[in-house]
Write a protein that binds this ligand. Structure first.
Ligand code: HSE
Length: 339
């Protein structure tokens, strides 16, 4: 092993930042025993160091200056969990320009700046990983680009947003109207105070844009994906769907037509009761894909939440750490350093 102690700079210490920190805290010893690598978060970029959090963090590792992370030669990997496009995308580019490998869960920034981020990784010979940005804890991006890479894909169908799936499930199971469920979902922490990005389909479109790039090799910016949210669904629509043997799900889909065109959308869709996606309830996510060798596959699990998302973040960090240790962290031949 080239290096046994890998230092990390974390940008953003909200729910997902704390979750990623907790995953490392819970499993650091086991990760060390299994990989020989000791990962340590040595700096955290965060405005509010004093906010109560469920973890004890040494006060001195907080900073408000990103250069404290970028210019620290000891830091190998930068994790970006600030959320939003700005300044997150610029900070990731800056981190790569300073020679840092970057891991993020930020689907809005990845979808908006996909080409620039991948190019910066290539130009700077660093790795850029974003497993947690699509479907949280479900390892869909690694599965598609590694274990399943021998396939050509004809279709992807995803329940990629936990908030809307929770709302639609509650409306269906308890015969409730959208506004009532939204209110309860906000009270229980299943929906944001401003739920626009979720309920209008924007969040799912960001994730679909990333999936399309990886599966079909086409860049479709999220704003070009036809999108319809769930705000106009009534309990009458759901009763009608149920009568005809269907559930209404917010489905993000992309498929290749027989003449080779790509069709994509995010919209409420009727899913027959006997389709595997119909059984995906509440805040759970699922991705259903069809490959020309493997056939139909469905991935199911928690698409949000601090620990599931932290699991995917730290998975990316560890896989980069293993490559650093083998002195093989970058392969010029592979766009974006993914390998
Ligand atoms: N707001 C998102 C959701 C969080 O509800 O799925 C995870 O991306």
């Amino acid at each position: 092993m080239k290096k046994a102690h890998l230092k990390i700079g974390l940008m953003g210490f909200g729910n997902i930042g704390v979750g990623s920190y907790q995953v490392l805290e819970m499993n650091r010893k086991q990760i060390l025993a299994e990989t020989g690598l000791d990962f340590e978060i040595v700096k955290i970029l965060e405005k509010n160091a004093d906010r109560p959090r469920p973890v004890q963090v040494p006060r001195e590792i907080f900073t408000q200056d990103p250069d404290d992370i970028f210019c620290d030669p000891e830091i190998d990997i930068v994790i970006e969990l600030l959320g939003g496009i700005h300044p997150a995308a610029d900070l990731m580019l800056s981190a790569m320009n300073h020679g840092k490998h970057v891991v993020t869960a930020n689907k809005a920034a990845v979808a908006a700046a996909y080409d620039e981020l991948r190019k910066a990784a290539e130009d700077n010979h660093v790795l850029f990983r974003y497993e947690a940005s699509v479907a949280g804890g479900i390892p869909i991006l690694s599965a598609l680009t590694e274990s399943l890479q021998a396939n050509e894909w004809t279709e992807v169908l995803g329940i990629l947003n936990g908030t809307t799936n929770y709302i639609l499930t509650q409306m269906t199971d308890f015969n409730l109207e959208y506004a009532d469920v939204l209110k309860t979902a906000q009270e229980k922490g299943f929906a944001e105070a401003d739920p626009t990005a979720d309920v209008e389909g924007i969040d799912a479109a960001n994730k679909l844009s990333i999936l399309i790039s990886l599966i079909f090799g086409h860049r479709v910016p999220p704003e070009e994906i036809p999108m319809e949210g769930i705000t106009r669904i009534t309990k009458g629509d759901i009763a009608e769907a149920t009568e005809s043997g269907n559930k209404i799900k917010l489905i993000a889909t992309a498929r290749k037509t027989v003449d080779g065109r790509l069709e994509y959308s995010v919209k409420p869709t009727l899913i027959p009761f006997d389709h595997p996606l119909a059984g995906v309830s509440n805040e759970f996510n699922a991705v259903f894909v069809q490959g020309n060798a493997v056939g139909e596959l469905m991935f199911y699990g928690k698409g949000a939440g601090p620990l599931p998302t932290g699991s995917a973040v730290m998975g990316d960090v560890i896989s980069i750490g293993k490559l650093i240790a083998k002195n093989a962290a970058y392969d010029n031949k592979v766009p974006g350093g993914r390998r």
